[in-house]
Every structure is written in C-alpha cells, then in structure tokens.
Design a protein around this ligand. Structure first.
Ligand code: COA
Length: 315
C-alpha cells in the first residue's frame, strides 16, 4: 500500500510553559531542558471528534478522494467521550463514508499498529482505500496538579489515506508488558456486590523507566526494519519519531549516527500527542513540501504497555 493523502487538526488553545507556571510548581527552563516542549495545544471549546473529522477531511482532500470511495476506516485512540460507539463510527458518519470501521487502542503506537493492520488488509486483496485517523486527548487523562506528567502532553489529530501500492518496505511491532510503569484506570464504578473500592485514578507514569524503555525499544525496532528491508541508515531520508521527548529522539539519532536534518521535530509546539504524534509530523513535512517521491521514511513510536513499533516506507 502507499500513503496518498495526509491531514491534521489542532485545538485552538495554545498552553505555553509560562502559562503552566501559574498552576504548577514548574518552569519553562525545566520543561524545555528535560523534554524540548515549549507549548502544547489543549482542547477547550472543541470536541475531540471535531479534530478527528477535520483531520480526516483534510487527508481525503489531499488524496483527492471522496469518502464514499473508502473501503475501511481505522481510528487509533486511547480515550474519548464515548465508551460506545467507536469513534471511527462518528467519523464515518460525519465525513459521509459508508464503509466498515473500528477503533484500536495502541497507546502512542496506534498509528504504526493501524498501518500494519491496513497493510495486511491489502495483502488479503479485499480492500483498496483505507483511512487511518489518530485522535487523542491526553489532557483528559493527566492530573493537572501533577507536574511530572501534565507538562508532557497535548491534544490533536492526524490522518492518512492509503491505497494500493508497494511502498511499505518493512514493519516491526513489539510488546514487553510492564504495564504498571505507565497506565491509567477507567473512571468506572463497581456494583454494590463487588468489594473493590471505586477509584478515579489519573495517569500513573514512572518517567525514567518509560524513558529507558522508549529509547531501547525505538533503536531495536528501527534496526529491525532496516535489517528486514536491507536499507542502510544513510539511505533513509527522514526519521519520523514519536514526539515524546527531545532527549529520546537525540539518543536515537546518535545511535544511528545520522544528521539532525533527517529528524524533523514539532515537539516544541505540540508536546506528546500520543498516537496522533507521528501522523501530525508526517502531515507537516508533507505540507511543507519536504517529501519527494521515492524518499525513504522511517516511522517509530513507543508507549504504554510497553508497546512499540517501527515501519519503513517509500514516499
Ligand atoms: N517541573 C519542575 N520540576 C519537576 C517537574 C516539572 N514539571 N517534573 C518533575 N520535576 C522534578 C522532580 O520532582 C525531581 O525533583 P527532586 O530531584 O527534587 O525529586 C526532579 O525534577 C527530577 O525528576 P526526574 O523524574 O528525575 O526527571 P527526569 O530527568 O527523569 O525527567 C521526565 C522527567 C518525565 C521528563 C522524563 O523522565 C521523561 O521524559 N520520561 C519519559 C516520559 C514519556 O515520554 N512518557 C510518554 C511515553 S509515550
């Protein structure tokens, strides 16, 4: 398969590091030096569905495709307003598509999971045009009084349209389940017949463990897809890495011994937007005209689970 259209959508509210110093014991210097984040977009008046639908419509317009021609929609999402139906159903109705759809929760790796699933759909020969939408609102997961986690995230949506092609060169998905290092429980109630206490726990994150996992997993997955495809790091034109922490991205860059220009960044503007991070970055470099036909692109993401994945594709 190949990517023929990209789109993204951001909330209008920009929350700068300086703004966070009014509600948290933190500083622009701490956040910038530890993470690379200067500001993030946070949903205020919009709904997450609005961003997802906007990103989907932009990707379809970029691909010059009518929603009626879609054969499948996959939405990557961790949390949204609805327990049911899946957010992909809301997107499907709003854009005027008639195809089947489902959601997947791959944490920050949702986009790479969706690409690999879409690739296997193509191999089955059953579907031709697939829309992937990644829409995330981590601002509703974190405790805004917890400075260790709340400063890291931002909301947003990214989308791609795929069609038949031979542009995916290799994919690698991994899971090593140490889920208690980064997790959040649902705000659901137990029945009076269940003795467990009801709880409303915000996101729990052991930052240093996540940092170490992310760096190792990304290096391992990227090395794997390079080896599988027989492509050398020097031959890759762009490395699009999950925008979770600038220091993680720099460690990956140093390991691969590749120049900074190959690692586009937007973490300073958006923070970590979970599964939307890589497709948002892809749309930015695409719309900025930085991708040429035939360019080799590595995508890599990691997140809660722990799960991780990488993919190498030709533009
Ligand atoms: N502002 C100011 N100080 C803060 C702070 C903040 N926002 N958050 C934490 N601190 C303090 C800590 O309380 C600690 O203080 P102490 O030394 O007095 O105890 C100090 O800064 C160092 O904290 P530490 O956790 O050791 O910092 P770190 O260098 O590991 O950086 C993270 C913390 C969270 C930025 C880093 O671990 C990280 O990015 N991990 C990966 C997280 C991630 O990417 N999660 C999503 C994965 S998809």
């Amino acid at each position: 398969m190949k990517i023929i259209g990209t789109g993204r959508s951001h909330p209008s509210l920009v929350v700068t590091n300086e703004m966070l110093t009014h509600i948290l014991d933190t500083s622009d210097e701490w956040i910038t030096s530890r993470t690379g984040i200067k500001e993030r977009r946070v949903i205020s008046s919009e709904n997450l569905e609005d961003l997802a639908i906007d990103a989907a419509k932009k990707a379809l317009a970029d691909a010059n495709m009518d929603a009626k021609d879609l054969d499948y929609i996959i939405c990557a999402n961790v949390v949204n307003e609805f327990v049911s139906p899946a957010m992909s159903c809301i997107i499907q109705g709003a854009i005027g598509a008639t195809c089947p759809c489902f959601d997947l929760n791959g944490a920050c790796v949702g986009f790479i999971y969706a690409l690999e699933i879409a690739e296997s759909f193509y191999r089955s020969g059953k579907y031709k045009n697939i829309l992937i939408v990644c829409a995330e609102e981590p601002s509703r997961m974190v405790n805004w009084h917890d400075r260790t986690a709340s400063v890291l995230f931002g909301d947003g949506a990214g989308a791609v349209v795929l069609t038949e092609g031979d542009n995916i060169k290799a994919t690698k998905m991994s899971a090593s389940c140490n889920w208690d290092r980064l997790y959040q429980k649902h705000e659901l109630q137990y029945s009076p017949y269940n003795s467990k206490p009801n709880s409303n726990l915000p996101l729990v994150m052991h930052g240093q463990d996540v940092f170490m996992f992310a760096t190792k997993a990304a290096i391992r997955d990227i090395s794997n897809v390079l080896k599988q495809s027989g492509i050398k790091p020097d031959e890759v034109d762009h490395f699009l890495i999950h925008q979770a922490n600038l220091r993680i991205i720099k460690s990956i860059k140093d390991f691969l011994r590749q120049p900074e220009e190959k690692f586009p960044l937007n973490i300073h503007r958006y923070g970590n937007t979970s599964s939307a991070s890589v497709p948002i970055l892809l749309d930015e470099v695409n719309k900025e005209g930085k991708l040429k036909r035939g360019d080799l692109i590595v995508l890599s993401a990691f997140g809660a689970g722990f799960v991780s994945g990488a993919c190498i594709l030709e533009w």
